[in-house]
Design a protein around this ligand. Structure first.
Ligand code: UVW
Length: 335
């Protein structure tokens, strides 16, 4: 039985198949991967992750906490500098192991399509229900009916999609005017034109606005007000910009900003029916475009600017963590 009768206006639900769980990643074909490979000219690589204990705040976004390393014990001893001779007499080996508790979306991360849903009458009975991309529900996937939750649209789908292909980095500063950190359609077009960037269907779109360097300079003691004032990000309320995303065919959008789009917390409310984060709604809920957040892009951006280039090969698989809504990621750009 189909999960939906009504699909949201402007969505592509069903276009990639009734049970599709990866959305636009379907456009990442073998040809696109070869296009990515063809952009490699210098053989230099850039690691696009922050240290995962950044930003340094605690509980600020959806209760997310920094990672906590733990040491396990065997026979009452920490498995740290552990003499293996305790288990195997005669051995002179030493072992260190550890464990970690991790908010999967605390730092450099992928949002899976399970991250953002909305209330919508998908089954056409006049009553709204809680649904996600392609009509998937969250509540039917509990493991044994209780926590931990495991979402069928979770990050494992992305992990198995082979996250490697042609990417284009846009330096948002190049198009921005002095009116603030919000980048709408006009400023975005100016940035693309200034770089003569060629964004194609099937590409990963990476956006740099300088948030990463500011955050690093704060040494895990982030000044949220300064970050909000300086954090260059897309204006998710600009319909022309949203339409550009629809038309572009990009498979994912990744940014050094923690939300990719500006977050208007100060309004304290949404107009009835509106989304609090319209770009999240368009990308994760309607079109199946994965979002990458808090990526470290500064070094790559400077290198590409100096070289007069924008495109490269991106490799960025998330953890293959079944059921998880998000994942830390250590993306690599090969230029
Ligand atoms: C929120 O959870 C507010 O969004 P994200 O981490 O995707 O920016």
């Amino acid at each position: 039985m189909s999960r939906w009768i009504n699909r949201p206006e402007g969505s592509n639900w069903g276009d990639f198949g009734e049970d599709d769980q990866i959305g636009r990643m379907n456009l990442l074909t073998p040809e696109k991967r070869l296009e990515g490979l063809a952009e490699v000219r210098d053989g230099r690589s850039f690691t696009l992750s922050l240290p995962l204990d950044y930003p340094g705040w605690s509980g600020v976004v959806m209760g997310r906490e920094p990672p906590e390393l733990l040491t396990r014990q065997v026979s009452g001893r920490d498995v740290y500098n552990y003499p293996f001779g305790e288990l195997m007499p005669g051995s002179r080996d030493l072992v260190c192991d550890d464990a970690v508790t991790l908010s999967t979306q605390y730092s450099t991360q992928w949002d899976s399509l399970a991250h953002w849903g909305r209330m919508f009458d998908a089954d056409g009975d006049g009553v709204e229900e809680a649904v996600y991309y392609n009509g998937y529900r969250a509540d039917e996937h509990l493991v044994g009916g209780k926590k931990p939750y495991a979402h069928r649209l979770g990050i494992e789908n992305l992990a198995m999609a082979g996250v490697q292909g042609r990417a284009v980095l846009i330096d948002l500063e190049a198009g921005r005017d002095e009116t603030g950190p919000s980048v709408g359609y006009d400023a975005f077009m100016r940035a693309i034109a200034a770089q003569k960037a060629d964004v194609r269907a099937g590409d990963f779109l990476l956006l740099w606005g300088g948030y990463d360097e500011l955050l690093l300079s704060m040494n895990k003691n982030p000044d949220s007000e300064r970050l909000a004032e300086a954090g260059v990000a897309l204006d998710g309320s600009d319909n022309r910009l949203l339409q550009w995303i629809v038309d572009s065919g990009v498979v994912a959008i990744c940014s050094d900003h923690p939300a990719v789009e500006q977050v208007a917390f100060e309004h304290g409310r949404c107009d009835h029916g509106a989304s609090f984060l319209p770009l999240h709604e368009l990308c994760l809920f309607k079109l199946g475009i994965h979002l990458g957040e808090m990526w470290y892009l500064a070094e790559l951006a400077r290198y590409m600017r100096a070289a007069g280039r924008s495109a490269f090969l991106l490799t960025a698989p998330p953890l293959r963590l079944p059921g998880s809504v998000g994942s830390p990621v250590t993306p690599v750009a090969l230029v």
